[in-house]
Structures are given as structure tokens and as C-alpha cells.
Write a protein that binds this ligand. Sequence first.
Ligand code: SAJ
Length: 439
Amino acid sequence: MKKVCVIGLGYTGLPTAAMFATHGCQVVGVDINPSIIETISQGKVHIHEPGLQALVQEAVVNGHLTVSLTPETADAFIIEVPTPFKEKALTIPHRPGDQVGDKHADMSFVVSAAHSIATVLQRGNLVVLESTSPPRTTVDIIRQILEATGLKAGRDFYLAYTPERVLPGKILHELVNNARVIGGIDEASAQAGDELFSVFVSGEIVLTDATTAEMAKLMENTYRDVNIALANEFSRLADRFGVDVWEAISIANKHPRVNVLSPGPGVGGHCISVDPWFFVEAAPDLASLIRVSRHINDDQPSYVCQKVSDCLGSLVGKKIAALGLAYKPDVDDLRESPAVETVRLLQEQGALVTAYEPFKPSANLPGIRTAIDLADTLNNADLILILVSHQQFKELEPQVVSKLTHSRLVFDSVNAWTGPDWESAGFVIYRLGNGKNSP
Ligand code: SAJ
């Protein structure tokens, strides 16, 4: 039985740890947050992800998953800590090539995880970085920290990078079934990674070098970000030209080689809104399309805000019921959420917003008033603003909503309330990108 130490028990670290622990490995899950350690040690979870609670409970009860604040000796180490922004957008360029509005990554969690592994690293170990990182992090940063122990990568221990590619909401299925890329600093390291992940991965395992694996990961999320930016730009163009972007997209997508994504209030989460910046930061002179796309998506909350203002005439003193705060449908994750950003902007411009996030009704966001249910949110609203296309919002009946509020004015930024029933029930629905019916 292999002993695996997983550093960082977040959205991918915890499912990965539980997966190894229920597939014949002895796992030590490590996190610097004592409350996460306490929760998992009781077989509970601190994040909402379908199926995860049962898996963690099984692993803890059968003793195959234990938790700790610091790493222990093991056969393999997997680094799954966050790589967030160092700060919000730059207001002063730091380095040649920086532009105002650019964002830089904070690699301090990765660096300190590597240092903590260095204290227990032994000959024959495998170290795998899974946190999304700028190109060359494995070979230039992780290798250097681990080799300061006197052990040499490739000779005394194996070192590899494997990107996480799972979609929140489907993590357990995708961990097992997605193709997995493992990039070694040499062939033996890639093979060692292959052997480790074969324990539970049934999708194809592709072996390559560490920097190619890092770059492939960044390319995947950048590809999606640039495509969403295009959809968001289409929504603005449709507003300008008196076209309904949702209708135009569905027509364009009938072309066999076109698949325009959906516009919305912007791009959030800890992946797609972050990862493209790694390219911009590492090569500001080359990553111009990537940078512009990031700025378009980051500006989208402010575009939605302007549209809501147009609906109401002015935002000052207006009561807005905001439906959804999560960064995307049917998850409880509020990180980098464009919905949260939109609410903040509306408030800055004088609106009185009450927000409702059904997946995290007790979310405590400084400066944002949250309601615990729909009735409390809608009560007294001047306008209903749909920010996230949660299934339960899409399924709301106009008759139900009309009993909860006197407001009949709606701005739908995600095309959730479609169909004639809403108009028949007296609602006036404006949509993001519907230039046929602009406020
Ligand atoms: N979004 C749109 N329009 C769309 C699709 C998405 O505005 O048509 C928005 C979402 O609302 C959300 C953001 O984009 O705010 C990102 O959502 P997402 O579902 O595209 O992606 P994530 O961030 O949840 O997960 C992505 C996935 N990457 C790709 O699809 C290329 C996932 O496979 C990765 O594992 C994950 O990033 C990650 O961890 O890197």
C-alpha cells in the first residue's frame, strides 16, 4: 500500500485525497487551516460537491484518510494549494510590460508547500505539483527548493506536474474519467506519476514533460476565457445593433464548426479568471489577445451594472433583489464571482441590494446584505436581477414569483427566465445582450 501525502485540502485536494484513500492508498491530508483539519477528521467536508461527503466519510471511518497540519514522510507528495492573485488589479505597473488593470499570481502557497515537503523528503519519493502555475514553475521553482535538501531531482527523487482539470459540480466523476496529463522532469518521473494516478484514473493518461503539462493546462483555461470574452463582446454588439444575442448565438451555432459560448455577468472562479494572467505575467509582450480577453471579462460586471441602471433610470436608493452570488450555476463557490462584483458595483453607485445565494444562504460577505430565502430577497424590490443561472432559479414559476413581490421589472444577465409565461404574468424582462428590447 502506497502512502500519499496531499498538501492542500480544497476543491481538488480533498476529492483527490479521498479518491486515493478509497482506492487502496494510505493518505495523509495536510492543510494549514485548523478548522478544515477538524472538520475532515470528523468525516465531514467544508465544501459543497456532490458525492464528496460520503467518500470522505468512508475514507476517514476506514482509517485510510488521516489529516494533519504538517506533512509526514510518505512515498508520494501532491501539492494542491491555491495560486490566487497577489492583489487586485495593478494600479501602478510593477515591471516592464505590465499594464494598469493586469493581475499577478501569488505563488507563496506553492513555495511554502514545497518547503514543507523538503523537511520530510526521502530518497525514492515522488513529488507532484498539481496547482495551476506559470510555465516552468516545476523545473525552476519546485526543483530548486527540493534540491536544497541535498537530494537531486531525477537521481534521488521523482518530480512531476499534473494539471487538475475537473469541473466543480462534477469533480468525482471527472477525476476518474477525464484524460490526465502527467509531465515529468524526466521520463522516469512521468512514469512514476503514471503509476501513482493509475490507482484511480480510468481515463487516458498522457505522459509528457513538466513544462508542456503546465502550458497545456494554461492553454485550456485561456481558450475558454478568450471564447467567453468573445461571447460577452457579442452581447455588447447585439445591444448596439438591435439584435437579440441569444437568438443570434443559437443561429450561429447551427454552423457545424461554430460553438459560441454564453455571455453573462463575467468570468469567475479560481481557475479561468486567474490562469490566463499567468501567461500575461510571464510574457506581457506576447500575450496581447489573452490580456484583452481578460479585461473584457473583468469589465462585464460593470456593463451589467450600466444596463441595470438604464432599467431603473438611476441606481440611487433603488432596491434590487440579486438572485445568485456563486461564480457559476449550481455550485456554492463564491471565489472571484462576477455576481459578487456586480452587487458591489451596484451598491457603490447607490443601489440597496439584497442578495440571495441558495447554495450558501449564510454567506458572510462584508458590505453585502444577504437574505436567507427567496421571499426575504424579493420582498420590496424595485427590480429583480438574475446573476446566476442556478437550476432552481430557472425552474421558478412566474405565478410563484409574482406572489413574493410587487416588482415586475427584471434584468436577466444569464437568459434564465425565458418563455412567454413571464410576460403574460405581467413581468417586464430585459436581458443582457437583447438589443431588440433594451431598457
Ligand atoms: N461562463 C460564461 N459563459 C460560458 C461558460 C462559462 O460566462 O459559456 C463563466 C461561468 O459562469 C464562470 C466562468 O465562466 O463564471 C468559468 O466557468 P467554467 O464552467 O467555464 O469553468 P470552471 O472555472 O468552473 O472550471 C474550469 C474548467 N476548464 C475548462 O473548461 C477549460 C475545468 O475543466 C478546470 O478543471 C477548471 O477550470 C480548473 O480548475 O482549472
